[in-house]
Design a protein around this ligand. Sequence first.
Ligand SMILES: NC(=O)c1ccc[n+]([C@@H]2O[C@H](COP(=O)([O-])OP(=O)(O)OC[C@H]3O[C@@H](n4cnc5c(N)ncnc54)[C@H](OP(=O)(O)O)[C@@H]3O)[C@@H](O)[C@H]2O)c1
Length: 279
Amino acid sequence: MILITGASGQLGQALTALCQRRGIACRAYSRQQLDICNQARVKACFDLESFDCVINCAAYTAVDAAENDPQTAFAVNAEGPRILAKSGVPVIHVSTDYVFDGKSSLPYGTDAPVNPLSVYGRSKRAGETALLSGGFSGLIVRTAWLYSKKAGSRNFYQTIRQLASKQNNLRVVNDQIGAPTLVDDLAKALVSLYEQKAHLKPMRLLHFTNAGSGSWYDFACAIVRHLDLSCCIEPIATSDYPTKAKRPSYSVLSLDSLQSYAIEPRHWLTALTEDSSHV
Ligand SMILES: NC(=O)c1ccc[n+]([C@@H]2O[C@H](COP(=O)([O-])OP(=O)(O)OC[C@H]3O[C@@H](n4cnc5c(N)ncnc54)[C@H](OP(=O)(O)O)[C@@H]3O)[C@@H](O)[C@H]2O)c1
């Protein structure tokens, strides 16, 4: 039985739906049902039922808001995963490309030095460190640029879809390079890792994104093309679109660590344009 936390987020929803379709036993809890920072609630949850794995989809993901609220970001992203792991049940935890500073021009390996630029990135790195140094079993799966095509979810795909339906022109940053990743594909990889019992070994890092890379501008153009919208997208520099939190200019993750699990991510353009019913 899998415990899924953060079940009302975009990854939590995709993972819960996938487990239900595949007949994999799971309990999925939203923040209202299980606050991962509440030690007593977490303990009560494990006392009540026997789980063989926790897949932690809960996180504080508001990258800019985190700059003004480091306490909450660290509580959820660093202390939360540690509280879950202390239950003794193996954890599959999800982390981020924002642990890197973007100074590389080659995909980051799982052993590449980290240097987060933002509070969000530092809080996620603190979560990684808590899990890696605690003697726990499980996996930390770093991912990037997550989006869901499901209406009502909050992500770059939905923002562009909404804006491009109303406006004739949009300006989008063209000097941050990453790998847009469909939540359904990440959910499928997490289930595959669980089915291969990869979470039963000592805690280590893996990377999963869709294959290939592009800028936010490339991603926006592909979304507009895919949805057959007529909006014109203008490429701009990061300096023309200042944000509170600094983001890495290059955060492509090497996918080599997936080879031993026979997981081969689709190209991000294929994931964007093909339907996801195969997962
Ligand atoms: N989104 C991206 O582009 C991206 C990129 C790289 C890595 N990631 C990582 O991927 C994972 C999934 O992200 P996502 O995009 O699915 O995020 P999301 O849609 O923001 O979902 C996160 C969920 O966590 C819940 N949550 C927040 N605090 C909690 C707490 N104390 N206890 C329990 N649940 C709590 C949130 O609930 P409320 O909505 O009620 O607050 C929300 O449902 C996260 O670890 C994230 O850091 C995301």
